[in-house]
Design a protein around this ligand. Structure first.
Ligand code: ADP
Length: 190
C-alpha cells in the first residue's frame, strides 16, 4: 500500500495537489477538513461541536477527527493506498494513525511537506475565500489564528516523521504543475 501524508500550513495547497497525486497513484483521498464540513452541512452532533472551534480558527477535537478517519479506513479496506490531507495535525492524531494502519498491516510511506512563506499563505487563503464561501477563509484574524495553531500544534509533526525517516520537504512556490511534478518525483522515489 502507498500511504501518503500531505502536510503543510493552511493555504499551502494541499487540496489542490492532492488531486494530482490521487489521479497519478490511484489513492483514496481523506481530507479531514472536507469530512468535517460534510458533518457540519448534515448538522450532526459531531459537526456542531467541530464548527464552534473551526469558526474561530481552532482545531476540532482529536477524538472527533480520529474516529472519522477510523471509519473511513474501515470502509476502504481493499484500497491500494490513501492520501491523508490535513491529517494528522497533532502528535496524538499521528500516533493514532500509526496504530490504525498497523492494525491493517500497513504504514505511512512518506510525509510530503509543502513549504510556503507566511505572507503567501495569507494571500492564497484570502483569494480562496472569495470563491469558496468558507467563513474561516474570509477574516484575517481567523486566518492568523489558524497559522498560529499550525505552528504550535502541527509543525512539530515534521520531527515526528523525520525521526522515522519519512519526512520530505517540497518547495510549494511556483506553478501548480511544477509543484505537482516535484511531488510526483518524490513519491515515485519512495
Ligand atoms: P486548511 O488546511 O486551509 O486549514 P482544512 O480544510 O484542512 O483547511 O481545515 C479547515 C479547518 O478544519 C481547520 O482550521 C480545523 O479547524 C479543522 N480541521 C481540519 N482537519 C483537522 C484535524 N486533523 N484536526 C483538527 N481539526 C481539523
Amino acid at each position: 500500500m502507498l500511504n501518503l501524508v500531505l502536510f503543510g500550513a493552511p493555504g499551502a495547497g494541499k487540496g489542490t495537489q492532492a488531486d494530482f497525486l490521487i489521479e497519478k497513484f490511484k489513492l483514496i483521498h481523506l481530507s479531514t477538513g472536507d469530512l468535517l464540513r460534510t458533518e457540519i452541512a448534515a448538522k450532526t452532533e459531531m459537526g456542531i461541536a467541530a464548527k464552534r472551534l473551526m469558526d474561530k480558527g481552532f482545531l476540532a477535537s482529536d477524538s472527533i477527527v480520529i474516529s472519522m478517519i477510523k471509519s473511513k479506513l474501515q470502509e476502504n479496506k481493499d484500497a491500494g493506498g490513501f492520501i491523508f490531507d490535513g491529517f494528522p495535525r497533532t502528535v496524538e492524531q499521528a500516533t493514532a494513525l500509526d496504530g490504525l494502519l498497523e492494525e491493517m498491516g500497513t504504514s505511512i510511506s512518506g510525509m510530503l511537506c509543502l513549504c510556503v512563506p507566511r505572507q503567501e499563505l495569507v494571500n492564497r487563503i484570502i483569494s480562496r475565500g472569495k470563491t469558496s464561501g468558507r467563513t474561516d477563509d474570509q477574516d484575517v484574524s481567523i486566518i492568523e489564528n489558524r497559522i498560529k495553531v499550525y505552528n504550535e500544534k502541527t509543525d512539530p509533526l515534521r520531527d515526528y516523521y523525520s525521526d522515522q525517516n519519512k519526512y520530505f520537504k517540497i518547495d510549494g512556490m511556483g506553478s501548480v504543475e511544477d509543484i505537482a511534478h516535484r511531488l510526483i518525483d518524490t513519491v515515485s522515489s519512495l
